[in-house]
Ligand binder design. Structure first.
Ligand SMILES: C[S@@+](CC[C@H](N)C(=O)[O-])C[C@H]1O[C@@H](n2cnc3c(N)ncnc32)[C@H](O)[C@@H]1O
Length: 371
């Protein structure tokens, strides 16, 4: 793709500043993400179709862009290449949603290790209907479930070999900070005990530990406090040589802005802040694009969002419920022989351009290792 002109870069930056300003102005502590997940999600049914569509949900079945594997299967293969996964290990998945990732991850383990005992797999999720779905889908082997907040995981120190967190950390607690207070604190002109709000005080400590430079921030800005706490939890819970995989959409500069979804507002992740914190805690960190890490074939063409919704409506009229997947034309032809060719105006995009509901280029992976 063409490089952006300098003028376009200035325009983008200007609009991002406006978004940061609006995010700070409309930041509302009462829209508490933890209580949304704990008590406002009544049913798992269609949540990842109607409320928030995740990448792993769209690629939960075998897909040509992932060499014929599903998202979870491919994730198993990639993580296993980095650090061998074996029966004696403990895997924790945080925010596992409906449990599809775990299902295909463990199936791939079994397929690649015929006859071997599978590792222990522990789900940690705040939303009860999701935990119930995880339980329904994942029955084979040593699987455990808990409804808990991953910002303070209910696991012992040094107890886990692998932590998986897929598209979850933008849901963690955000905190609005005042730049002057942060700078005064960093310059030693403000005692940490001064702000009344405990979350603000802890955020100041994370910023200090990570030596995060906020000199270019707006007068008020949002900090990914809960994600920083989670990095601290990773350090505590991982065994020596354990690794954590985190994937989420986000930014590598500037400050988090609000992302309004049905029923809740989440905040995109400022990855460089988390990297600084993880390094300050003595862990090693690698930042990759999700496209590269999972080895997506970026030239594969998949249906676009409007076309998928249109197709869902058409099929519903025929009494067919179409699951949301990142369909290629061939996948649709195989599913509905003779039907798709008669539907006019369906649009398909290369994954490198736009993939169904997401610009996959904005998704990053953090690989964290506790040495
Ligand atoms: C956007 S969904 C992603 C689900 C799944 N990983 C996927 O890729 O489809 C976020 C998940 O994180 C869970 N979650 C949100 N906040 C959490 C928290 N503080 N602690 C644990 N789980 C949380 C939600 O219940 C949900 O399962």
């Amino acid at each position: 793709m063409e490089d952006k002109t300098l003028k376009q870069k200035y325009i983008d930056k200007y609009f991002w500043f406006l978004k940061e300003r609006d995010t700070a102005n409309s930041f509302n502590k009462s829209s508490d993400l933890n209580s949304y997940h704990q008590s406002e999600i009544g049913t798992a049914q269609r949540h990842f179709e109607d409320v928030e569509v995740t990448v792993s949900h769209l690629y939960r079945e075998a897909h040509p862009a992932l060499g014929g594997l599903s998202y979870g299967g491919q994730l198993y293969r990639k993580l296993n290449e980095i650090r061998k996964i074996s029966a004696s290990q403990v895997i924790v998945e945080v925010g596992g949603g409906l449990g599809y990732l775990a299902y295909s991850f463990m199936n791939q383990f079994r397929a690649d290790n015929a006859g071997a005992r599978a590792p222990e797999y522990v789900f940690c999720d705040l939303t009860l209907p999701f935990v119930e779905n995880q339980r329904k889908l994942n029955k084979a082997g040593s699987i455990f479930y808990c409804q808990a907040n991953a910002e303070t995981m209910p696991f012992q120190d040094c107890s886990t070999d692998l932590i998986i967190d897929n598209e979850n950390i933008a849901d963690f607690t955000p905190v609005k900070l005042n730049k002057k207070i942060v700078l005064d604190f960093l310059n030693g002109r403000l005692d940490a005990s001064l702000p009344n709000d405990g979350l603000v005080r802890k955020s100041l400590q994370w910023i200090k530990l990570g030596q995060i430079d906020v000199s270019d921030a707006m007068p008020e800005f949002v900090f990914n406090y809960g994600a920083a706490e989670f990095i601290g939890e990773i350090k505590r819970v991982l065994k020596k040589d354990g690794i954590a995989f985190i994937s989420e959409y986000g930014i590598l500069q500037d400050y988090p802005t609000a992302v309004c979804l049905h029923g809740h507002v989440e905040y995109n992740i400022q990855f460089t802040h988390l990297i600084k914190i993880a390094k300050a805690l003595g862990m090693s960190v690698e930042l990759l694009s999700l496209l590269d890490f999972l080895g997506f074939d970026a030239d594969t063409e998949v249906i676009d969002q409007c076309s998928l919704k249109y197709l869902c409506v058409l099929l519903k009229e025929k009494g067919v419920e179409l699951p949301y997947l990142a369909y290629t034309k061939k996948m649709l032809e195989e599913r509905f022989p003779g039907f798709i060719d008669h539907v006019q105006g369906l649009i398909f995009h290369k994954i490198s351009e736009y993939s169904v509901f997401h610009d996959l280029k904005s998704f990053h992976v953090l690989l964290i290792a506790k040495n």
